[in-house]
Design a protein around this ligand. Structure first.
Ligand code: NDP
Ligand code: 2IT
Length: 445
């Protein structure tokens, strides 16, 4: 390994010794940069690696709120502004009991390169809380969101930091957060949050964008092997926002989704998952996927099982980090799966990715394949800034173009550096180059 690279990695590792997810994300990006470092000595001269792996700012705050029984609850809130080189901090907020600084930092770090790949002038950030929305009443969710925003609003702004949704945060939560922001600032500043309801300045296609975008990326990637999703058997993990719209687009394009999941287990439906039932269970009733077989004869629920055990041609991990481990990857390989497209952030472990590469599966990393969500968020910012509302068709076409452009960029860099079909390498290098160039242009700040 290049000496500067290994030194920088060691520094970052020592400085963040307890943050294994963050280090996993940094290691993967840094390892891709070896050929770039050799030809660009300025990266070392300007300490770009050390700087790019240290967040510009990290905000942590107490969130106190009152539950339905009148008890005071305390959670921890986070917002990490990792890089504003290419634009305001941009990235979602995650409400999940597993959230800790490590989680937010890995997500914010990935977001830098993902946002760079969109080409839309957005920096990288992420936030969230260890608040668990499961089983909470609507009133509790509202009070939590209001308390959270009461601490965070000082730090937000259309040209400073623009949050959106992620796990546990959708249009309902964004509505409460935006309402509280408006109440505190007396500004109807639409562009300060994205993922809003359409009537309140939200963009059409934002809800669908991450899932649709992942499938557009998959189509581009399969086309390089003269393949398409038509007639393919697919599995999609998760059953949240990304998973549902990923599955919808697969089915629109003629694929069959035979399995989906949540954190309790997986459903298998050999006739093709009925997404209206999944959406009713997960989006409307906010219930569990285990309810599905009661409404769909011929399907089954497997408690504690992941979707990777079911035979498929194409797999879409769309739930959470490190959900696809080496043994899962082996199962996919044994079942002749040809491609894995990450709708989630960092869902495949490094060992799983190494196996995919060794076995010549097509593998699309999240920072490229799931960039459609944040890309449409940036389009929402553009619409808000110009007081416009674009049609569904216009936004969807922009999304398709953006995903095709990201695909082209991944292929360009993987070919240029003689790593054909290595989308991890292509995405990391493509994302990094623009940010590093910006850092050099600004001088030392
Ligand atoms: P949602 O909250 O809508 O859905 C999350 C889904 O993943 C649920 O089905 C949930 O199951 C499941 N899940 C969460 N944690 C676990 C776990 N530990 N084990 C198994 N399943 C789990 O979130 P999103 O769909 O928005 O996000 C999914 C992924 O996509 C995340 O990695 C997110 O960072 C990423 N992403 C999201 C974007 C967006 O625009 N929303 C954009 C780009 C990436 P359960 O209900 O049981 O918890
Ligand atoms: O991981 C992600 O890209 C998101 N959660 C979406 C971020 C955004 O600002 O829309």
């Amino acid at each position: 390994m290049n000496e500067y690279l290994s030194q920088a990695l060691q520094t970052v590792t020592e400085r963040n010794a307890s943050q294994s997810l963050f280090l996993q994300a940094v290691t993967e990006v840094f390892e891709s940069l070896e050929p770039i470092l050799a030809e660009t000595p300025d990266i070392e001269a300007y300490s770009i690696l050390e700087r790019i792996a240290e967040p510009e700012r990290q905000i942590m705050f107490r969130v106190s709120w009152v539950d339905d029984r009148g008890r005071v609850q305390v959670n921890r809130g986070y917002r990490v502004g990792f890089s504003s080189v290419l634009g305001p901090y941009k990235g979602g907020m995650r409400f999940h009991p597993t959230v800790r600084l490590d989680v937010i930092k890995f997500l914010a770090f990935e977001q830098i390169f993902k946002n760079s790949l969109t080409g839309l002038g957005i920096g990288g950030g992420k936030g969230g809380s260890d608040f668990n929305p499961r089983g909470k009443s609507d009133g509790e969710i509202m009070r939590f969101c209001q308390a959270f925003m009461s601490e965070l609003y000082h730090f937000l702004g259309e040209s400073t930091d623009v949050p959106a949704g992620d796990i546990g945060v959708g249009a309902r939560e964004i509505g409460y957060l935006f309402g509280q922001y408006k109440r505190l600032t007396k500004r109807f500043a639409q562009g300060v949050l994205t993922g809003k309801q359409v009537g309140l300045g939200g963009s059409l296609v934002r809800k669908e964008a991450t899932g649709f975008g992942a499938v557009y990326f998959a189509s581009e990637m399969l086309a390089t092997r003269n393949e398409s999703l038509k007639g393919k058997t697919c599995v999609v993990s998760g059953s949240g926002n990304v998973a549902i719209y990923c599955a919808r687009k697969i089915q629109e394009l003629g694929g069959t989704v035979v399995a989906m999941s949540d954190s309790e287990g997986s459903i298998h439906d050999p006739n093709g998952v009925d997404l209206d039932i999944v959406a009713a269970i997960k989006e409307v009733e906010r219930s569990r996927i285990s309810q599905y077989p009661q409404r769909r004869p011929g399907s089954q629920f497997f408690h504690g099982d992941k979707v990777w055990k079911f035979r498929c041609d194409v797999a879409f991990p769309c739930a959470t980090q490190n959900e696809l481990e080496l043994e899962d990857a082996q199962q996919l390989v044994d079942n002749d799966c040809m491609a894995v497209i990450e709708g989630a952030n960092m869902p495949s472990t490094p060992k799983a990715i190494a196996l995919f590469r060794e076995k010549d599966l097509l593998f699309a990393p999240g920072k490229a394949a799931n960039a459609g969500g944040v890309a449409v968020s940036a389009l929402e910012m553009q619409q808000n800034a110009s007081l416009q509302h674009w049609t569904f068709k216009k936004v969807d076409q922009r999304l398709q173009t953006i995903m095709a452009d990201i695909h082209r960029e991944c292929v360009f860099y993987s070919k240029k550096y003689h790593r054909p079909d290595d989308y991890v390498f292509g995405a990391n290098v493509g994302g990094f180059i623009k940010v590093a160039g910006g850092m050099q242009a600004y001088g030392v700040i």
